[in-house]
Ligand binder design. Sequence first.
Ligand code: SME
Length: 149
Amino acid sequence: MKSNELLQSAEALLQIQPNATSILANASAFIMDTLTELNWAGFYLYDGKKLTVGPFQGKVACATIELGKGVCGESASTRTTRVVDDVLNYSNHIACDSNSRSEVVVPIIIKNQLFGVLDVDSPILSRFDSETVSFLEQFTKLLVKTIDI
Ligand code: SME
């Protein structure tokens, strides 16, 4: 399926979820199901001080991440998407799953407040090309629209 078709399916799925936990749980499953070559897809949520692990698909992950720490903490503190082509050569990477080789993190901002981040990992170097990153950013916009109603 093309990106725009995937986004339409995602919107239909997310709109019928009863609450934010359900939205995030099914969103992580949707990403894991529809993108290839991933080993982790999910959320870290901001509790006002730090990031804590939310709904995800993949191996057991670290429970908390300080702002600025790791790729997730960087994305959260700068409110920008971070793409790391080779996590083994990136000093500010927190290794949760030793299979991960590349990673993308997209911040989730609701009403100008940091809500959390979408974190996606791949066992393939440089997995996240501009098309995939753009898809994940648009997917995150859908999440914001769906959660923020
Ligand atoms: N690698 C992330 C930590 C979370 S796991 O990838 C699930 C980071 O550097 O922030």
